[in-house]
Design a protein around this ligand. Structure first.
Ligand SMILES: C=CC1=C(C)c2cc3[nH]c(cc4nc(cc5[nH]c(cc1n2)c(C)c5CCC(=O)O)C(CCC(=O)O)=C4C)c(C)c3C=C
Ligand SMILES: [Fe+2]
Ligand SMILES: [Fe+2]
Length: 367
């Protein structure tokens, strides 16, 4: 194994702590040409598709990569913003705002960056860049509140793979999930309450989570349970009885059974029941993306109305709102224990760095 050539370790530099946010990734443009390599990388991941490669790759390179890129690109085109894909824009802004929030709070070197599991910015490249900036400690936060092997597990794999190539890897900490973190539940609850204040509370609240194949649950993936725990805590916080909300799973891919009930089936059922005002929230998505803005806000609305439903109101994700940033900070900070010196003093640190640099220079000169 060839290890990376790294910048020489600098003894005159203060060791910095880095926080790396990781999200799924998104195509570079809403075109078939840009969606194809994104889907190829995504759907080649054995954490995402667990079918043995000799069976799966002919299907992927045959039916899927010849037809899906154009269909998905047309969907991306309906949600694409001036600055690009919403997922990319929100993730970039979250990192920027967290940098300000944590930097102000700790008054010591702390660096917040982000990377994408598929596409750019690449996880290994960002870890290498952080190392080059002198980051000797790395805390990774995959931006998925509920752990699934196919999302968080895969992001962790990519981090471990990057660490394995480093000669002098940073200290590493990983946040596995925050599905029941009080700050995350509170931020979601406030998002919903703000919507209720503006639009009056609906007759029913649908909480829709991204689905995963059903067999992963029997094989021990905690995702299904974590989604239900988030839903229960959120409903308790909002004071909703079980008759006033539903939990469902969206974005089914392929023909195998996925977690049930399917969001499309629940929307049809609620439509048939003639629900007048339906509020819909996607608590598993920190940022709005194709799966919320197109599948839920556009397609889901059409499904509900077609089956006789009344008013359909999609509640946006936490995105880069102030409540979201402080909630993410509350998830992050306890994991920094022992890394940030509570008595850290910028002036003393600068003096120490200067002294170290002088000493290194003198030693160099005397050799
Ligand atoms: C909760 C997080 C997610 C899990 C778990 C997850 C599992 C999963 N996804 C697919 C297939 C696709 N997902 C796609 C888009 C997509 N998925 C998530 C999150 C999770 N996926 C997000 C945030 C997005 C949106 C990305 C964006 O650019 O906005 C897509 C691509 C779009 C399309 O062609 O439909 C696919 C494909 C599988 C198979 C899976 C678990 C096995
Ligand atoms: Fe997905
Ligand atoms: Fe989808």
């Amino acid at each position: 194994m060839a290890y990376q050539t790294e910048p020489p370790f600098r003894h005159d530099q203060t060791a910095r702590t880095a926080i790396l946010l990781i999200n799924l990734g998104t195509p570079a443009a809403p075109t078939a040409a840009a969606v194809r390599p994104y889907l190829r990388q995504f759907l080649s991941d054995p954490r995402v598709i667990e079918i043995p490669r000799p069976l799966w790759l002919p299907i992927l390179y045959g039916a899927i990569l010849t037809t899906r890129p154009a269909k998905s690109a047309a969907k991306y085109a309906t949600i694409w913003g001036r600055d690009g894909s919403p997922l990319a824009v929100y993730t970039r802004n979250q990192a920027k705002l967290l940098q300000g929030y944590l930097g102000d709070r700790f008054k010591q070197p702390i660096r917040v960056d982000y990377a994408m599991r598929y596409g750019e910015p690449n996880i290994a490249a960002r870890i290498m860049a952080l190392k080059s900036e002198g980051c000797e400690r790395l805390l990774v936060l995959p931006l998925y509140p509920q752990y699934a092997g196919s999302s968080t597990g895969s992001a962790m794999d990519a981090v471990y793979a990057a660490m394995q190539t480093l000669r002098n890897p940073p200290e590493l900490r990983l946040i596995k999930h925050f599905h029941d973190h009080p700050a995350y539940i509170e931020a979601l609850a406030r998002r919903i309450e703000t919507h209720w204040q503006r639009n009056r509370q609906g007759d029913h609240l649908l909480m829709s989570f991204h689905g995963v194949p059903r067999f992963t649950l029997s094989k021990g993936d905690p995702y299904h349970c974590e989604c239900h725990k988030t839903a229960r805590l959120l409903a308790e916080r909002l004071g909703l009885p079980t008759t006033r909300y539903s939990v469902a799973f969206q974005s089914r891919f392929g023909r195998a059974e996925w977690l049930k009930p399917y969001t499309s089936a629940v929307l049809a059922e609620l439509g048939k029941q003639k629900v007048g005002k339906l509020d819909v929230v996607c608590p598993g998505f920190i940022s709005d993306c194709l799966e919320t803005l197109e599948e839920i806000a556009i397609e889901g609305k059409a499904d509900f109305l077609r089956h006789g439903g009344g008013d359909y109101r999609y509640i946006p994700a936490l995105n880069a709102e102030p409540d979201a940033i402080s909630a993410l900070a509350s998830v992050i900070v306890p994991h920094l224990g022992g890394w940030l010196d509570p008595n850290w003093n910028a002036d003393a640190d600068a003096k120490l760095s200067r002294e170290r640099a002088n000493r290194a220079k003198q030693m160099g000169a005397s050799q």
